[in-house]
Ligand binder design. Structure first.
Ligand SMILES: O=C(O)c1ccccc1NCC(=O)[C@H](O)[C@H](O)COP(=O)(O)O
Length: 256
């Protein structure tokens, strides 16, 4: 599936137009994922559909969902902008960015400098870079470009091997471990447990995918995750903000 998605991206990039630049401020994803007050940091994802699950939420108003996430205590919003496989849209990101006060991550398959430029123009605070889609040197090039433009990157791996290959080149500030195999869709929190011990202490560690309940969050936190990225299980709730609150509330221990 990842190969198929990347083929589609190649076609999209060939006809990509950069929108008018977003003029507002940028926010630091890293700062929000390490802010005091809670141990359970949540990136809540706005995702209508996915290749593994089809349509997840029929009644889909991306801005309403994002505002609900924010009021429920999400630390950041992830927005799927891919049209073909996730029924997302890049306009959702700009609209959400204009209305929320927390950082907005562009979740897409970014493999080309033009897409980094596009993300900047859309108003993204951070972008996703996937190790399975990029050679480590190419990933570093896009990473540096994003940071030079005032954005941050969530760098995603799915195995210890991918992480080691990446760290031979550089150490990202924010590392995501995706519990979902993007080719087979098999999702297991064991991936976070196996890979977690190799994440350097100076990097923010995000466990992604397959988190449904507070006990899942506790499990990945035990493996060292500072934050979780959650899509489907929140999107299926009638009130997504309440769902964030519940996910954080039952595991949240005030530090003060
Ligand atoms: O979600 C999919 O089916 C998928 C398929 C192929 C490539 C990427 C895919 N998902 C992107 C993600 O990583 C998730 O949207 C994100 O981590 C949230 O996962 P979940 O909480 O399980 O919805």
């Amino acid at each position: 599936m990842l190969t198929k998605i990347l083929e589609t991206k190649k076609e999209e990039i060939a006809s990509l137009t950069i929108p008018d630049p977003y003029q507002g401020e940028r926010r630091s994803l890293k700062a929000y994922l390490t802010r005091r007050g809670s141990q359970a940091h949540v990136i809540a994802e706005v995702k209508k559909a996915s290749p593994s699950k089809g349509v997840i939420r029929e009644d889909f108003n991306p801005l309403e969902i994002a505002l609900s996430y924010e009021s429920g205590g999400a630390d950041a919003i992830s927005v799927l902008t891919d049209v073909t496989y996730f029924q997302g849209n890049r306009e959702y990101l700009t609209e959400i960015k204009k209305h929320v006060k927390i950082p907005v991550l562009r979740k897409d398959f970014i493999v080309d400098p033009l897409q980094v430029e596009e993300s900047e123009a859309l108003g993204a605070d951070a972008i996703l870079l996937i190790a399975a889609a990029l050679e480590p040197e190419k990933l570093k090039e896009l990473y540096d470009l994003a940071y030079n433009k005032g954005m941050e990157c969530l760098v995603e791996v799915h195995s210890s091997q991918e992480l080691e290959e990446l760290m031979n080149v550089f150490t990202p500030e924010i590392i995501g471990v995706n519990n979902r195999d993007l080719s087979t869709f098999v999702t297991s929190l064991e991936v976070t447990e196996k890979t977690g011990s190799l994440i350097p202490a100076e990097s923010v560690f995000v466990s992604e995918s397959g988190i449904h309940e507070p006990k899942d969050l506790e499990r990945v936190a035990k493996a060292g995750a500072n934050a979780v990225l959650v899509g489907e299980s929140l999107m299926r709730q009638r009130d997504p903000g309440e769902a964030v609150k519940r996910l954080k509330g039952e595991t949240l221990h005030d530090e003060d």
